[in-house]
Ligand binder design. Structure first.
Ligand SMILES: *Cc1c(COP(=O)(O)O)cnc(C)c1O
Length: 388
């Protein structure tokens, strides 16, 4: 059949020669996936990861990223989602229905708390919050209708490190699955399955991206039946990711461990310097002895990354600490972490942990990849602006 130029642009006869090979994985962009013939289409299964059915259910690019992420955690299965929060939603919708109960730590990532509240208000699920330092005592909170327990280590603002092995053991004895938000560790400082989690979730937005330039999430499991439930929710909620973003994460993964270690070294230096300052009442860094749960960190974790918090001396008002934050020049005021740029964020800690009634204003630092001496000099000049 002869074709017009216009049609040839859409139905080209050219096929590139086979045999091309290179280190970077190919970027397959597709909504439609083509079937060889109708029989192949009819026998296809969206769940089957040895084949392709539709862009939403996977391409060679997303399957490749999933395999690499699962390997970091020592997992078997991985599902990608367009943000860390949508990965959290996938887990909640996979395991919870009307009449069920979910337990979340009081210091849980705030949008997960918000999702819990929404599930309570509008979906007939009860969401209850527990003290993250409860350890094995969580067994007493499990009800017959408890279908999921969330953990997060450490809490990403208050930095308390829970006793994950004790929590996981107690919850699993009751036959309830444990989900771990392992974003802080990126699977490098801690592997979720080693401490007993059943479902490990990451915001790839952080260290896996490493560039502060994309949003993505992952849910990693070992158990096939658990993965099946998640995959159903993934499919029904339509949680696809873009091929270019998947590629960017893959491009950053080989340097993730080196970056994580550099963030870690910088953060510990900065935290040590802050600890000696009279303006700071407490440094909340899991590797420091006075951080709640430090012994758990020491036993279970291999590193710490770039995120920690400090409590200012209670003599400083919120407005004064806000002025300190505004005076910083190398620290951007913004959420998230894991990129090259240092960030700072003041928090109203009493809204997160009502037990910390006498605490001063909390400021969270994300130490980027700048020279630590420069970061310290910046903090020093901003502290000098506080009233004596
Ligand atoms: C950032 C973050 C998330 C959510 O990731 P997004 O991609 O921003 O939606 C979830 N949990 C923790 C602990 C995070 O830091």
């Amino acid at each position: 059949m002869t074709k017009t130029a216009q049609t040839s642009l859409i139905h080209s006869d050219y096929e590139a020669p086979s045999g091309f090979d290179a280190f970077p994985p190919a970027v397959h962009r597709a909504s439609t996936v083509l079937f060889e013939n109708v029989a192949a289409m009819r026998s296809s299964q969206w769940k089957d990861k040895s084949a392709y059915t539709y862009g939403l259910h996977g391409t060679p690019t997303t399957f490749t990223l999933e395999a690499r992420l699962a390997a970091i955690e020592g997992g078997e299965h991985c599902l990608l989602a367009p943000s860390g929060l949508s990965a959290i939603a996938m887990i909640n919708f996979a395991f919870l229905k009307s009449g069920d109960d979910v337990l979340l730590p009081e210091n849980v990532y705030n949008p997960n708390r918000e999702l819990g509240r929404w599930l309570s208000q509008d979906f007939g699920v009860s969401a209850r919050f527990y003290d993250p330092m409860i350890g094995g005592g969580i067994a007493d909170l499990i009800q017959p209708n408890t279908k999921l327990v969330w953990t997060e280590a450490p809490g990403s603002v208050s930095m308390e490190v829970p006793d994950l092995p004790a929590i996981c053991r107690a919850v699993k004895e009751k036959g309830v699955p444990v989900a771990l938000d392992n974003t802080w560790s990126a699977g490098l400082a801690l592997r979720g399955f080693d401490v007993g989690a059943d479902i490990v979730m990451h915001a790839l937005t952080k260290y896996q991206s490493g560039g502060a330039d994309l949003l993505m999430g992952a849910v990693i499991t070992r158990d096939t039946a658990v993965n099946e439930r998640l995959a159903q929710a993934h499919m029904r909620l339509g949680l696809g990711v873009g091929a270019d973003d998947a590629y960017l994460v893959m491009r950053s993964l080989p340097t993730m461990k080196l970056r994580f270690e550099a963030h870690d070294a910088g953060a510990r230096k900065l935290a040590s310097w802050l600890k000696a300052r009279p303006e700071i009442a407490k440094v909340l860094h899991p590797a420091f002895e006075d951080c709640p749960g430090h012994a758990n960190w020491k036993r279970d974790f291999k590193g710490a990354g770039g995120l920690f918090s400090v409590l200012f001396d209670p003599r400083y008002s919120e407005a004064q600490v806000d002025a300190f934050v505004d005076a910083l020049t190398l620290f951007g005021i913004g959420y998230s972490w894991g990129g090259p740029n240092s960030l700072v964020m003041p928090y109203r800690i009493r809204a997160i942990r009502d037990r910390w009634l006498d605490a001063g204003v909390l400021v969270r630092f994300n130490v980027g990849l700048e020279d630590v001496g420069d970061l310290i000099a910046d903090i020093e000049q901003a502290l000098a602006q506080l009233p004596a």
